[in-house]
Design a protein around this ligand. Sequence first.
Ligand code: ZN
Length: 312
Amino acid sequence: MLGKLGLQLVKLDLPFRLNHVNCFLAEGEDGWTIIDAGLHNKETVQRWEQELAGKTVTDILITHYHPDHFGYAGGLQEKTGARLSMSEIDADAGMSAWQDHTIKAIRESYVAAGIPAELADKMGGNTEEFIAAVTPYPEVDHYFQEGESVKIGKYKYEVIFTPGHADGMVTFYNKEKKVLLSTDHILPKITPNISYWFHGNPDPLASYLKSLDKIKKLDADLVIPSHGKPFHGANNRIDEIKSHHEDRLTETLDAIRQSITVYDACGKLFKKELTIHEMRFAIGETLAHLEHLRHREECRREEENGQWLYFI
Ligand SMILES: [Zn+2]
């Protein structure tokens, strides 16, 4: 299926419950294009060395700034000298997300979320542990523009901005073939994490739902995601994801009948045991739903003793 499009899958292992990321290689007229770089660690470096042996790489396309996609971008660029493209929003996000002042601000926000100090420290520490996995930072040669055309393998794709999972996320769409490289915007098995990170987009869930509707208009047939296997029928999956968020919003409203911290609301929404890394995403996801409800004026938020309390 991918071969017909001139795409080669480079599936990299990840040391998380979500245990892999799909990167891609495509041969163009002057050389190869890479889509997403993976996390910067030993395994990734070795794997790309094997994959790229004897190949000239002309372009590196980064879909968004999250570590499993952006982490080795700078390293790959150093090795290949290729032209690197990503959105300006996510280039900025990638360069600032792991800076000291951002991590310090996140620690403080975790306390405002009602997370016990010791856990908040561990969660901040977990963010810090990613620095090695996302550096060196790349030098971005080109910022993607909405609607621009990029050649990937045999075909041209339109760059479509789909904020939500990341503020500056891009997906690639080929109209004739109805093929969508959905990256993390639409995933087959799990729902993409939508997090509010205490800065940036004030209502990422609203952006995400809007981006889903934007893609729905395309009625894409083949969806090639960054996690999991390609599948047919974007719109069925979009409907499932939208109804998941409607259910989640209802559960969130239920959780805040009495005034509650983000941490306690998170405990009601995520019942299974979470690792420190997963807890960061669970808190982010809980906050995204709470803030979405607040922007829809379905709940309120007050600050008490330095903590955010949500209630209806
Ligand atoms: Zn991802």
